[in-house]
Design a protein around this ligand. Sequence first.
Ligand SMILES: [Zn+2]
Length: 393
Amino acid sequence: MKSGQSQGSGSEAVDSATRLSYFAERADALTETIRHLVEVESPSDNKEAVDRLSALLAGRFEALGGHAKFHRADDFGNHLQVDFAGKRGEPVLLLGHMDTVYPLGTLATMPCRVADGRLWGPGALDMKSGISLMLHALEALQAWHGRGLPRPVTVLLVSDEEVGSDSSRRITEAVAKRSAAVLVLEPSYGPQGAVKTARKGVGEYQIKVTGKAAHAGLDFEKGQSAILELARQIERLSKLVDLKRGLTLNVGVIAGGTRTNVIPAEAVAALDVRIARMKDGAAIDRKLRSLKAFNRKCKLTIKGGINRPPMERTAGVADLYKKASVIAKQLGWKLQEAAVGGGSDGNFTAGLGIPTLDGLGGVGEGAHASHESIVLSALPRRASLLTQLIESA
Ligand SMILES: [Zn+2]
């Protein structure tokens, strides 16, 4: 990768002002694309619905000269990969997801609409505006560079990101491994549209305690309370939290027992673990797996693991952010960066050591909520930034 202000690949012909006015003139078309995508509902758990969206998107990307292929998935929509040839250099990966958290029919109560300088609707921010930015940025690059893109580009849109990416992770990692950089079009952070240069890793565990049932009145001393044991374990888990290291554990669900007059034979806790550093993942995993019962007559069974590594702000990530902030400055705007607690597929690619910049998508608020919306005026500069990053990342 080149550093500094070099734009590479002959893009000098198109200056920042030209890029901005190109997208400002086409603002309506970009808004229309977002509306179109929002109106094709695509909940993670509805294969048919997501397949409809991936087929539509394959057509849009192929119309821009890409070669589309589907990675078939049985339980989720087919993941879509589109490869674009380029004039020279290593490929860059544009990464995102088609699925949303909204069940089919949400549009009836949460219709797509434009008002107050915003576009509202399910998935508008997370992340149908990001997919639309990909489409329009690639179209612009085709126009500016004559026939063909300045460098090879792969678009990968998965269908199960909102439910953990189990089915797509290997595809994402394989495509990322042959890319020079990964640009993730997930929503930006905050009202200023900061990009995300660090994300926490995420783990999920279940701790099950097996004790011994007994009558709480007649045979109290013969019982071994699974609930008491679990309560002591939860207290112990809370001491593992280290906020300074960005390490948190949250017991979010507990269950156990049958009746008040029975010593409980079973109790279960489900916990969410977040790590900011890769090495903390193995350490916390070891600690959880080696938990010992306080009451030797109770048995612990621990299931789960770390399912997304943290996206750390490595030198490669920092370099990519620096490049993006220089471009943003030329576009007349100060691009900020943020570290966030939530994970994305960018965690996988950054975990492989590939320079990854996340949060390049829309600016807005209310992801996963009824007021989900994006700010329309932010789109031209986000699209301009994306074109320049594709050229020079
Ligand atoms: Zn998302």
